[in-house]
Design a protein around this ligand. Structure first.
Ligand code: ZN
Length: 95
């Protein structure tokens, strides 16, 4: 995750601690795009568009797969079971 994304996640979270703040977020929607119209919050053009939502502040952020993966890695560390429960949803949406 780039520092821009980290900063933004912190600003939009209830907690001021990044590790804790990350646990407030979940994947709200996902879709693929073939035309270069979507950008990750870090500025990169993206084909895999993830919208993550904060369950406390209700803020949302648009991320590409790279930033979202780093996010996911960190979330996994704290919420192993949570990630396992949303993975089938990814597959459903992808299909
Ligand atoms: Zn990014």
């Amino acid at each position: 995750m780039t520092s821009i994304v980290k900063e933004c996640v912190l600003n939009m979270s209830d907690s001021n601690d990044l590790d804790e703040a990350i646990t407030e977020w979940y994947v709200f929607s996902y879709h693929e795009s073939n035309n270069d119209t979507y950008r990750c919050h870090c500025g990169r053009l993206i084909n895999n568009v993830y919208i993550l939502k904060n369950k406390i502040t209700h803020a949302h952020i648009q991320l590409g797969s790279i930033c979202q993966n780093v996010f996911k890695e960190q979330v996994k560390y704290y919420h192993n079971n949570f990630i396992q429960s949303i993975l089938p949803i990814y597959e459903e949406i992808n299909y």
